[in-house]
Design a protein around this ligand. Structure first.
Ligand code: FAD
Length: 117
């Protein structure tokens, strides 16, 4: 467990950024293997998340709201929803998930992630 609130918040911001940007770049029409990979990634993200208290809370959220991995928009909407669940428990402002589409731009010049990425 990270003892320091500033470090915990910084880790959280970095993790959420990576999490949402990954969903924003997930294929619109994923193969079964790509969907399985995202599902496994999310569960491992929870399991290995370095703040133990956060990982424990997130486990409960994942049990209640299983990852949605059938398309980019489903994954992005799910990610926004579970982040809002964390926001709620921390008494933070909720994010308007109808704006999620344009919010996470990785700055990648190409339209799609490279093969195998
Ligand atoms: P953050 O919540 O880090 O959000 C960063 C930015 O993302 C926001 O400024 C906003 O632009 C955007 N954003 C906000 N909500 C959404 C949304 N719903 N969808 C998309 N984008 C959004 N901290 C604890 O103290 N206790 C915990 O139990 C805990 N559990 C966590 C579990 C996980 C899996 C993660 C990744 C983090 C957890 N954190 C926890 C950290 C916490 O969620 C915040 O990251 C941290 O408090 C910093 O908050 P922030 O206000 O800077 O914004």
């Amino acid at each position: 467990k990270l003892g320091n609130e500033t470090a915990k918040a910084e880790l959280g911001r970095a993790a959420w950024k990576l999490f949402h940007t990954t969903f924003a770049r997930f294929p619109d029409k994923p193969t079964a293997e790509e969907s399985a990979a995202l599902n496994a990634y999310i569960h491992l993200f929870q399991r290995l998340y370095p703040c133990g208290e956060c990982a424990g809370h997130f486990r409960t959220i994942l049990d209640k709201f299983p990852p949605q991995v059938t398309s980019r928009s489903a994954a992005a909407a799910w990610g926004c929803h579970v982040h809002n669940e964390v926001n709620k428990s921390l008494k933070k402002e909720l994010f308007d998930c109808s704006n999620i589409g344009d919010f996470y731009d990785c700055g990648c010049a190409d339209g799609e992630a490279p093969e195998g990425a």
